[in-house]
Design a protein around this ligand. Structure first.
Ligand code: KG4
Ligand code: ZN
Length: 354
């Protein structure tokens, strides 16, 4: 079975071709066109700009993914790349920026109609976790931690092939990636904040500044990062705070460790309560090497029986391989696969639930 995955939920235009044979995943191509340099000029994502770039990039990226997967382009002019070996088209339905999502959804609908192939609507958040299934046999139930620019969530995955997910906790305000981005803005470090802060944190002292660990003591699985960001803001506004290179590094390390402490603590609490067989990490912040390291160490020490799955770096940020993988599970279990009549009714849903 070959699946064409399309992801346009935010500022990445991504297309992948995934072939699955006898349960073995073979990722034939995985193209990501990022707009990050364009949005960096504005210090964050500008939705209108993102939508326009999605529009410009979607066809070239589809073509690049098909050619990369070995589908030979026609020699003359602008004739399309043959796509008769594609069995399904999977697309991100939501959540995300609606103006970006519609580009992927409408393109996928058109392809599905022209090629007469079933269309699979995929939840972006579920896909961030399911990307861990590429050549890994995951045992369920599993606890999943989604850490991205828009979401911070603990999910109980009872049986994903039947679409069973339960949100057991989530952020009450900012997402953790958003907090990294906002703290970077406060410190004038650039956008996106996550990669910059984690790099500076390497040369910083994580114990230098005392920052809060919001909600860490609460007996639930929820998060809050907005107060932590404000604590950083107040600290930098204090007359005693000198903006030296070392202080910035120390502040980055202290802020990063405060985020990690909360994420690790709530994850351990969830594992203790739900006794899963596996733990899955997903989302852009999963690229953070300290978070990866400390989650692994702490889970291994306290719950050695739990298998830990952390995505390769190329699968942490938004990509379409994860959409194709999630699409595969839906296609094989025949859940939410749209054929013929109803596929043209599919609508992008910026607030799509799990
Ligand atoms: O999953 P993603 O690519 O997009 C969303 O679905 O939101 O996540 C993007 C977020 C951004 O906030 C970015 O700053 C953060 O992931 N991020 C990181 C790192 N790399 C990216 N956060 C912390 N440490 C990193 N190394
Ligand atoms: Zn994402």
């Amino acid at each position: 079975m070959t699946i064409l995955g399309i992801e346009t939920s935010c500022d990445e235009t991504a297309v992948a071709v995934l072939k699955v044979k006898n349960g073995k995943f073979n990722l034939l191509s995985n193209i990501v066109s990022s707009q990050v340099k364009i949005h960096a000029k504005y210090g964050g994502i500008v939705p209108e700009v993102a939508a326009r770039m999605q529009m410009e990039m979607i066809i070239p990226v589809i073509k690049e993914a098909l050619v990369g997967a070995g589908f030979k382009p026609a020699r003359t002019g602008h004739r399309p790349v043959p796509t008769n070996n594609i069995d399904y088209i999977a697309v991100t339905q939501g959540p995300g920026l609606v103006t970006s999502l519609v580009i992927g959804v409408e393109t996928a609908k058109t392809l599905s109609y022209i090629l007469n192939k079933p269309l699979i609507p995929v939840n972006h958040l579920v896909a961030h976790l399911l990307v861990n299934c590429i050549n890994n046999k995951i045992k369920y139930p599993a606890v999943g931690l989604i850490v991205s620019g828009g979401h911070t969530m603990l999910v109980l995955m009872k049986n994903p092939s039947r679409g069973k997910y339960e949100i057991i906790g989530e952020t009450q305000d900012d997402a953790v990636g958003e907090a990294f981005d906002k703290v970077a803005k406060i410190l004038n470090l650039g956008y996106p904040g996550g990669p910059i802060i984690s790099k500076l944190a390497i040369n910083g002292d994580k114990n230098k500044f005392k920052l809060p660990r919001p909600m860490i003591q609460q007996q639930n699985f929820n998060f809050s990062f907005s107060g932590l960001k404000t604590a950083v803001l107040y600290l930098t506004q204090d007359k005693k705070f000198k903006k030296t290179k070392q202080n910035i590094n120390d502040l980055c390390a202290s802020f990063q460790q405060a985020c990690i402490d909360v994420l690790v603590s709530k994850t351990l609490r969830a594992i203790k309560k739900y006794k899963p067989k596996s733990f899955l990490l997903g989302g852009g912040v999963a690229a953070n090497s300290e978070l990866r390291k400390q989650l692994k160490e702490k889970i291994n020490t306290k719950f050695p029986e739990v298998r830990i799955f952390i995505p390769e770096l190329k699968f942490t940020g938004d990509n379409a391989a994860m959409i194709a993988v999630a699409g595969y599970f839906q296609a094989t279990k025949n859940t939410k696969t749209l054929k013929h009549k109803n596929r043209l009714d599919l609508k992008a849903d910026p607030n799509l639930n799990l």
